[in-house]
Design a protein around this ligand. Structure first.
Ligand SMILES: [Zn+2]
Length: 330
């Protein structure tokens, strides 16, 4: 059990920086699971949950946890964008680049390319790889597993988290430079999890995410424990044609009382659009499909064409809607 730096960089004009990694369990073995958070520095749910999870794993590995023992090697990188965390920034602060658009990276490239290269190299040997994101700071995502053109082991493995939604996506050309995509070329099982909204902590999502990661580690044999509760909620799998975006047809203040994770009917009012000057309700915004409300806009200033919500339908209602499929947080 050690803490080491996955990346260490020197810089001529400012302080050096490191990207620290918890390396827990039998060091002579290849990592069984690697968990990565904070590729975007303002996605705090994942950073918080991974730091707490590493705390549990370290105590378990030292024989100091009453309920759990570590059986296999687990690596945890709570925050990749260490400088972005300091400034609350999604992107790398100095050159304004998105680390998750820099993979597979290059050992002699710009800083973000070097970070990407080192992160990829440092995580490839793990059998199971998990990259945790939030949405952006305007949109809230129900904690969910995202799969991109998965193989059958990934489809089966996604259920082990016990999160309420597994959402399968086609691979977009825009997303070929992400960590999740880079991992796919190297076998193993690869998962992207989205949970909540960037810029703040949503504790109910954090608790759900923490339990989900614990479930996965237990099911995969990385941990054994006495406190192993099967998730209570049903897990639903949504295929590529089952994501239905709700797009605004007008501008105004969007107000909604609905929580993500509830089931809505086609035509149900998701929220109201108010005139920001006189307060009149301009229109109701209704759900175009029946299904699980998996994402909701939380920044209320709405323009025409903005994404308001996302509904996961049990039917193939999203077939013609291949825009807005990806969460902005990845
Ligand atoms: Zn992200």
């Amino acid at each position: 059990m050690t803490e080491h730096n996955l990346v260490s960089m020197t810089a001529p004009l400012r302080d050096d920086f490191d990207i620290p990694c918890h390396d827990i369990g039998p060091a002579e073995k290849l990592p069984w699971v690697v968990l990565v958070g904070g590729v975007h520095g303002n996605e705090l749910n994942g950073i918080f949950v991974l730091s707490r999870l590493a705390n549990l794993l370290r105590r378990a590995a030292a024989g100091q946890h009453p309920d759990f023992r570590v059986r296999r090697r687990v690596m945890v990188v709570p925050a990749v964008n260490v400088l972005g965390v300091n400034t609350g920034s999604r992107i790398w602060p100095f050159d304004k680049t998105d680390i998750n658009r820099s993979f597979p990276g290059h050992p002699a490239g710009e800083t973000t390319q070097r970070i990407a290269y080192a992160l990829l190299a440092g995580t490839l040997s793990a059998r199971h790889r998990i990259d945790i994101h939030c949405s952006n700071d305007q949109f809230e995502e129900l904690p969910q597993v995202r799969l991109y053109e998965p193989h059958d082991d990934e489809r089966a493995g996604a259920y082990l988290f016990g999160l309420p939604a597994i959402v399968e996506r086609p691979m977009s050309g825009v997303f070929t430079s992400t960590l999740g995509h880079a991992w796919r070329h190297h076998g193993g099982e690869n998962y992207v999890i989205q949970a909540g909204q960037a810029g703040s902590l949503q504790l109910p999502h954090c608790e759900r995410l923490f339990q989900a990661l614990l479930n996965f580690l237990l099911h995969k044999g990385a941990l054994t424990g006495t406190r192993f509760t099967e998730p209570e909620e049903d897990v639903h799998y949504f295929g590529v044609d089952q994501s239905v975006p709700v797009i605004s047809r007008g501008a105004g203040l969007f107000v909604s009382h609905l929580e993500v994770g509830r089931w809505v009917r086609r035509g149900e009012v998701l929220g109201n659009l108010h005139d920001a000057f006189d307060g009149d309700i301009i229109s109701d915004i209704t759900s175009p499909a029946s299904g699980l409300l998996s994402g909701m806009r939380r920044q209320p200033l709405l323009c025409e064409g903005d994404l308001v919500a996302r509904v996961q339908s049990l039917g193939a209602e999203g077939a013609a809607m291949n825009t807005y499929l990806h969460g902005q947080g990845q």
